[in-house]
Design a binder for this molecule. Structure first.
Ligand SMILES: Cc1cc2nc3c(=O)[nH]c(=O)nc-3n(C[C@H](O)[C@H](O)[C@H](O)COP(=O)(O)OP(=O)(O)OC[C@H]3O[C@@H](n4cnc5c(N)ncnc54)[C@H](O)[C@@H]3O)c2cc1C
Length: 315
């Protein structure tokens, strides 16, 4: 079934989704029915979101989630750089934070106040311009602040848990709360952010530094990335978490999976912990290739690889 909407009274719309119908006031922002998510993810694969909501402001998001019946599932989407959206699409609402959430400012305490939709490049370059060191690693992670906070994004020996002071989150019921970093109970590429919660802003702390030295470190990181990862491919970043005492890419390589293909999906020749869409892959093929790699690694080394890439939606 396709999603549908019609106006039932001035400014109020009835939405028909597969799981049921509801009526809400027209939200402030952009609401798209049956929105393609393939164009919004790095893999460029996957199905439709029943509803895609791009709120105009935090208040618009509060109000929308308050009005939305609790049975409608809600998921946040950043740059889709760590995501397989399955081919059957995502039921319910996908929330994407646009320009209104992409600002980064320095506050008096020398921390950066970052919108949930701001990119790693914008955060790290604003930190540099303000003489704040320690955030250079975000230069190399192609996501948004919301995705970094949820995933505990990290690289080059630093991760979000080292720099996060606190974040503002709109919970599934529409309530806006501030969560200190400790409440997210961070571990490797994992947080305990509540389900359906949307990170709308975060404060990151660094240490005083010289802009020229920070710039040089960002350049070093960017060059090292370019040399080791398939950055220009349709990919989802690191596919599997590094198991304790192992590097995922080495286990994949030892299991003979470098370059392995399944349909249009391939294990990258350049970095074996990256899967790529060589052109016409489906999400089903990408996920099946990942599971085949896990099977071969288990057989070869006895280690169970755990997915780092988030897989969402219906098969
Ligand atoms: C080439 C490449 C290199 C990469 N290198 C690294 C690396 O070095 N280190 C690393 O940690 N990751 C890396 N990644 C993975 C990815 O960039 C990170 O996981 C990033 O944090 C994802 O951010 P995103 O905004 O794109 O989130 P998405 O991929 O869109 O979503 C990922 C998860 O975050 C949630 N989410 C997104 N936005 C919000 C929000 N506003 N509020 C709440 N939840 C949200 C989503 O629901 C989903 O569960 C790489 C990816 C690529 C493609």
């Amino acid at each position: 079934m396709m999603a549908a909407a019609h106006e039932v009274s001035v400014g109020a719309f009835e939405f028909k989704l597969e799981a049921g119908s509801f009526t809400i006031a027209e939200p402030h922002g952009k609401l798209t029915l049956d929105a393609s998510l393939a164009s919004l993810t790095w893999f460029k694969t996957g199905g439709l979101a029943e509803l895609l909501f791009e709120p105009a402001s935090v208040e618009a998001l509060n109000q929308f989630l308050r009005d939305l019946p609790s049975w409608v599932p809600v998921m946040a989407l950043g740059l889709g750089s760590n995501l397989i959206v399955r081919d059957g699409g995502v039921p319910g609402v996908v929330v994407r934070l646009g320009k209104a959430f992409a600002q980064v400012t320095r506050d008096d305490a020398g921390t950066l106040d970052c919108g949930g939709g701001a990119s790693g490049i914008l955060v790290s370059s604003t930190a540099r311009d303000n003489g704040i060191a320690g955030l250079e690693f975000l230069r190399s992670i192609p996501g948004t602040v919301g995705g970094f906070v949820r995933m505990n994004g990290g690289a080059y020996g630093s991760e979000v848990k080292d720099i996060l002071v606190d974040c503002d989150v709109v919970l599934r019921d529409g309530e806006l709360v501030t969560l200190p970093a400790a409440e997210l109970r961070y571990s490797y590429r994992h947080s305990e952010l509540p389900d359906g919660a949307i990170v709308v802003s975060a404060r990151f702390r660094g240490r005083p530094g010289e802009p020229a030295a920070i710039h040089a470190e960002m350049d070093r990181i960017a060059a090292s990335r370019e040399a080791s990862q398939p950055l220009r491919s349709k990919t989802g970043g690191s596919t599997f978490k590094n198991p304790d005492g192992h590097k995922a890419w080495e286990l994949v390589d030892k299991a003979g999976c470098r370059g392995l293909t399944l349909g249009g999906a391939q294990v990258s020749e350049k970095h074996t912990n990256f899967l790529i869409n060589t052109g016409a892959a489906t999400s089903t093929e990408i996920e099946a290739l990942g599971d085949e790699v896990r099977r071969r690694v288990r057989e070869q080394s006895g280690v169970e690889l755990e997915w780092e890439i988030q897989r969402v939606g219906r098969r």
